[in-house]
Design a protein around this ligand. Structure first.
Ligand code: MRU
Length: 352
């Protein structure tokens, strides 16, 4: 039973504060869109699918607070609310995909009374959270077929239950293999600078009794060279039309290492992570965060004062380095662009 990091209860959105894990399990309660925007920006909640779900609750709560009774004003105020939610983080496309669903819902229901629109947006958010977990379980089943018994799997960052509405993407594949009775084990990269691997992946797998060993990011090559890793499975924040994939900084390095050691490198992501409007990965906006994430940890100075710092928090892995992309609709190999296009075309219209 994996954790659900975002819950709806009695008009409030509850989120486990991921900045405090694993030391403290503290839940925060939100009932307005500005609070939710701040939670996304400051990484109380993080991970591509989870921030999409959180933004949809933000839009629903924003709608709930509006005191307007004509459609034009409702739509204009909602545009402004969606723009504030969209300005929180730039790379994960699930955020923009979710807000686009909100906009489409509003336009498709332009003839409905405003109270019905407000209810409908809340139902959209609740439905999106439920659907996300179903998608991850489907994706996990497809991914399980690629994982041999006794596989030693390396993962990076946290693409787990904590990064989604439940079950996880890369960790969904790992959970599915474990639930199928395979004697797998996991190496979790610590994932400097925010330590999603050490703090979140290690915690979440340990909670579920899935064997996990923590390593520093710079240890992966050594373990691969010694034959101690069988494959890499990671999540994604945005996949361009040709299959180039943005994910947590350090993912590209792992893909290059996999190529050097002839190991499979898998991306696990829902189709909502595909941004078909971008022809290739060079067009994906890469978030750069503040210097303090690199130079300070837990109040301890890690570098000399005033040292120049770069902190790009995602990188792009070129499609030719990716063995396969695991989605809820199947596994894409070879020409990733063509494979993704065909899966996207087969989706039911309301999934777009
Ligand atoms: O900065 P974060 O923690 O939001 O980055 C998260 C990742 O890079 C994940 O690997 C990605 O969002 C996939 S989550 C299922």
């Amino acid at each position: 039973m994996s954790i659900k990091p975002i819950l709806y209860q009695n008009g409030h959105c509850l989120m486990i504060d991921q900045r405090l894990l694993p030391g403290k399990e503290e839940w925060r309660s939100y009932d307005d869109y500005r609070g939710i925007a701040e939670a996304i920006r400051t990484m109380v909640i993080r991970g591509a699918p989870a921030i999409g779900v959180a933004a949809t609750f933000g839009a629903a709560f924003g709608a709930r607070s509006l005191e307007v009774d004509d459609f034009g004003r409702f739509r204009d105020r909602m545009e402004a609310i969606c723009a504030e939610l969209a300005a929180t983080r730039p790379t994960a496309v699930n955020l923009f995909w979710a807000l686009e669903k909100v906009r489409r819902f509003i336009l498709d229901h332009r003839d409905a009374p405003i109270p019905r629109l407000k209810e409908g947006l809340l139902e959209l958010a609740i439905g999106m959270a439920e659907e996300d977990e179903r998608i991850n379980r489907a994706l996990g089943r497809f991914g399980n077929a690629l994982i041999p018994d006794r596989a030693r799997i390396l993962t990076h960052c946290n693409a787990g239950a904590l990064a989604t509405a439940g079950y996880g993407t890369a960790l969904g594949v790992i959970r599915a293999a474990f639930e199928a009775g395979k004697k797998i084990s996991v190496f979790a990269d610590e994932t400097r600078p925010w330590l999603q691997g050490a703090r979140l992946t290690a915690w979440e797998l340990q909670q579920d009794g899935i064997p996990v060993t923590l390593i520093c990011d710079n240890m992966a090559g050594h373990l691969m060279a010694r034959g101690e890793i069988d494959c890499v499975v990671v999540g994604a924040d945005r996949i361009a039309a040709n299959g180039d994939t943005a994910n947590k900084i350090g993912t590209y390095t792992l893909a290059v290492l996999c190529r050097a050691h002839a190991l499979p490198f898998y991306i696990a992501a829902p189709l909502s992570t595909v941004d078909a409007s971008l022809s290739d990965g060079a067009l994906i906006p890469i978030e750069e965060r503040g210097r303090e994430e690199v130079v300070r940890h837990g109040g301890v100075e890690l570098a000399p004062a005033g040292i120049p710092v770069r902190n790009p928090v995602f990188d792009v892995t070129p499609a030719p380095l990716i063995t396969a992309i695991i989605t809820e609709a199947g596994v894409v190999r070879g020409d990733l662009g063509a494979g993704l296009k065909s899966l996207l075309e087969q989706r039911p219209p309301d999934a777009h």
